[in-house]
Design a protein around this ligand. Structure first.
Ligand code: NAD
Length: 253
């Protein structure tokens, strides 16, 4: 069984959804977890749940799109947990007010928020943790991406998809720079999760979306956490530079 005892993780956007599931899964395997979220109450709620279940966690609220806030937040979290972050999970996203919009209907002023969070936000967090990982000769960076970054779809998510493609490209290059140092960098490209259905949508809409997935259902946080645990483990030291589809079989390339 994978054991993360002695490891110190940070999960961005860990206050709900996939991020909460990831934070809980890492804590269950023994990692101390800094739960980041831009909404402090969400970060506190996930951290409290981990502690209630016997794990070790703190809330680390900050905005990942603000580099100096990220650097301060990482420093504070490391002091509180008594160790440098050696597992980073870049999960935060998408922009809070994301709504599907066809490219031709978008104002150019709307383009940047996707890149700000999915590319620069993720890079900010990597910048803040990578040097101590290299110095220690061990680190794990796991990027949460999306099938929309890999396949064209007509749902009105072109900028979201472009920003996820961009961070996947960054991950590939960074993995090569860091490969000799003991720091691995991988991405998980998720398919549609339970929360892709808007609140209040009829049950048959949920069932219809789930039926489009080959395994017959939308993804749950409990589907994502174990994959991150593996990528964060000692056992995954030969896995780097990869983007792995995790999508119930929705795409197979
Ligand atoms: N939900 C899906 O169907 C789906 C599909 C493919 C990929 N993904 C990816 O999975 C990841 C998680 O998605 P989710 O649906 O669980 O998201 P979510 O919206 O449920 O949760 C995201 C969390 O990130 C936080 N956040 C937003 N902006 C932030 C910022 N600037 N700094 C810090 N925290 C911030 C939010 O407050 C929220 O709690 C995202 O990267 C998303 O792109 C999701």
């Amino acid at each position: 069984m994978i054991d993360l005892t002695g490891r110190t993780a940070m999960v961005t956007g860990g206050g709900r959804g996939a991020g909460a599931g990831i934070a809980e899964a890492l804590a269950e395997r023994g990692a101390a977890v800094a739960v980041n979220d831009i909404v402090a109450a969400r970060a506190e709620s996930t951290a409290a749940s981990i502690i209630t279940n016997g794990g070790r966690a703190i809330a680390a609220p900050f905005d990942i799109t603000d580099l100096s806030a990220v650097q301060d937040g990482v420093e504070t979290a490391s002091q509180q947990l008594g160790a440098d972050i050696d597992i980073l999970v870049n999960n935060a996203g998408p922009p809070a007010d994301m709504r599907p919009a066809l490219f031709r209907d978008m104002d150019p002023a709307e383009w940047t928020e996707f890149v700000d969070i999915n590319l620069y936000g993720s890079m900010n967090c990597i910048r803040a943790v990578v040097d101590p990982m290299v110095d220690a000769g061990w680190g794990r960076i796991v990027q949460i991406s999306s099938g929309a970054g890999r396949t064209g779809i007509a749902f009105g998510v072109s900028l979201y998809g472009a920003s996820k493609s961009a961070i996947e490209g960054f991950v590939r290059h960074l993995s090569q720079e860091l490969a000799p140092t003991g720091v691995t960098v991988n991405a998980l490209a998720l398919g549609m999760l339970f929360n892709a259905v808007p609140d209040g949508a009829p049950d048959d809409a949920v069932a219809a979306l789930g039926a489009m997935v080959p395994v017959g259902r939308l993804g749950q946080p409990s589907d994502i956490g174990p994959a991150v645990v593996y990528l964060a483990s000692d056992e995954a030291s030969w896995m780097t530079g990869q983007t792995i589809n995790l999508n119930g079989g929705s795409t197979t390339l």
